[in-house]
Design a binder for this molecule. Structure first.
Ligand SMILES: *Cc1c(COP(=O)(O)O)cnc(C)c1O
Length: 454
């Protein structure tokens, strides 16, 4: 029998509804708290930042929420995305395991992020929003939202972490190409940015600072601008569920079912988007798939952070949520997987890790790039450094199968391609990258700044 490499769904198989894990959570969610009062937030506090239709999605417990037709029409530009059987990688590893990967790098901006960007732009347009603000690290989220805002006729201001703005110009130019404005954060456009620059004129910026700036601009716009976040929030994770819903169908086409599901986790959106539809099967159909979230050892939120209430941003302006956190004062080391450097984690993922439904694992930078290079040499695709964390774990599981002789089915999410991350690959090939464990003292210090919630 000839081997099948790709599992391709017809456009008619594009999911008609998103899957919302809130309907199936084994433990009740912790409340979201107001950053000043530390009391549960009211919808009108969130209403300063987000349109009411997205706030309703954020707190919804409906299992399936219909994907609006205009969103599906944009999704069809690249969805359904392919699922591959990694025959060549299996051979290179000499493993009896079957390895599958879902590839989100076929989107116009090269990652999974437009799955929520398009939905958020649509709902903001419906709610009458004229302009959005957001932050971006290396530019993946900024480019996704810029594309989406352009499609739906919404203005966009992007606060881009300064070190990336200067060192990684390509995604910034993509953002500008879609017609959005990009600023190197910290900027002098916000009170918070000015305070950071006053303390350190050479501040390289951070995701937490950029979030604070984007939030401040929206919150002080008198309702003219709303804010958009690319990960962490419930509705963002839900929009990403199209990945896993398609993957369930594609595994059925392959006549297999995964024993192990793997994704990399920064704020958690691509991981959850891929994994939650499979967790739904664990919760309701008795499947026993192991679900593994992989993060960098240098930003070990799930594996070494504390499960506690913390601010979503550095300036303590964003809502306080219960999550695994390295502390909102966390200063990320300069690793190359820019998308995995957030101090917190999506609350639902934190809850499910705490409850034992999801395993968390950290991997080192060098082993991650080694896996990325091995993957590109067998499968051809040069993965995003973020996605390479999932590849590392998938390879490790496949090697464990080689040891044990087990023929497990392993499926991972390849969240994006690495075509704009070539400087990171160059640094790896030149031997300039190093492993890095985030220091225990730094974590302990950051924990002293957590909000005191009763
Ligand atoms: C942003 C990004 C991530 C990390 O974000 P999550 O919300 O954790 O998915 C992972 N992979 C790629 C390619 C990204 O662009």
């Amino acid at each position: 029998m000839s081997k099948q490499y790709k599992y391709i769904l017809d456009e008619s198989k594009l999911p008609k509804a998103w899957y919302n894990i809130n309907a199936d959570m084994p433990v009740a969610p912790a409340p979201v708290l107001h950053p000043q009062t530390l009391e549960p937030v009211t919808p009108d506090f969130l209403g300063v930042l987000f349109p009411m239709n997205l706030i309703m999605q954020e707190i919804s417990t409906e299992r399936y929420i219909e994907i609006p037709e205009p969103v599906r029409e944009v999704y069809k530009l690249w969805r359904p995305t392919p699922m591959f059987r990694a025959h060549r990688l299996e051979k290179a590893l000499d493993t009896p395991a079957h390895i599958y990967y879902k590839y989100e790098g076929v989107s116009p901006v090269g990652s999974h992020k437009p799955n929520t960007a398009v939905a958020q732009a649509f709902y903001n347009k419906e709610a009458g929003t004229k302009a959005l603000t957001t932050e971006t690290g290396a530019g993946q989220w900024g480019s996704a939202l810029a594309m989406a805002c352009n499609f739906f006729g919404i203005d966009l201001e992007v606060y881009m972490v300064k070190v990336s703005y200067n060192q990684k110009p390509y995604r910034r130019i993509i953002i500008e190409n879609y017609g959005a404005e990009v600023y190197a954060s910290p900027t002098d456009r916000t009170q918070y940015g000015r305070s950071v620059l006053a303390a350190d004129p050479n501040s390289p910026g951070s995701l937490g600072i950029a979030i604070s700036e984007a939030v401040e601009v929206a919150a002080t716009s008198g309702g003219a601008k709303k804010y958009s976040l690319g990960s962490v929030l419930n509705h963002v994770l839900m929009h990403q569920s199209v990945i896993g819903l398609e993957a369930l169908e594609q595994m059925a086409m392959a006549d297999e079912y995964p024993d192990i599901i793997i994704g990399c986790a920064g704020g958690g959106s691509n991981f959850a988007g891929f994994a939650y539809p499979f967790l739904h099967q664990n919760f309701t159909n008795g499947t026993k798939t192991r679900v593994i979230a992989v993060e960098p050892a240098s930003c070990p939120t799930l594996t070494r952070g504390t499960y506690a209430f913390d601010f979503g941003d550095t300036a303590s302006m964003a809502p306080v949520v219960k999550m695994h956190t390295l502390g909102h004062t966390f200063v990320p080391p300069g690793i190359h997987a820019g998308g995995l450097r957030y101090h917190g984690m999506a609350p639902s993922i934190s809850t499910l890790v705490d409850h034992g439904d999801i395993e968390a694992r950290s991997v080192q930078q060098l082993a991650t790039f080694e896996a990325a290079v091995q993957f590109s040499r067998s499968e051809g695709i040069v993965p995003a450094p973020e996605s390479a964390h999932a590849i590392r774990a998938a390879i490790d599981e496949a090697l464990a199968c080689k040891e044990s002789g087990e023929k497990k089915v392993i499926a991972f999410n390849l969240s994006g391609h690495g075509h704009f991350d070539m400087m990171a690959y160059q640094a790896y090939h030149r031997g300039e990258l190093h492993d890095h464990d985030y220091p225990a003292e730094a974590i302990a210090e950051a924990m002293t700044h957590l909000p005191q919630v009763n």
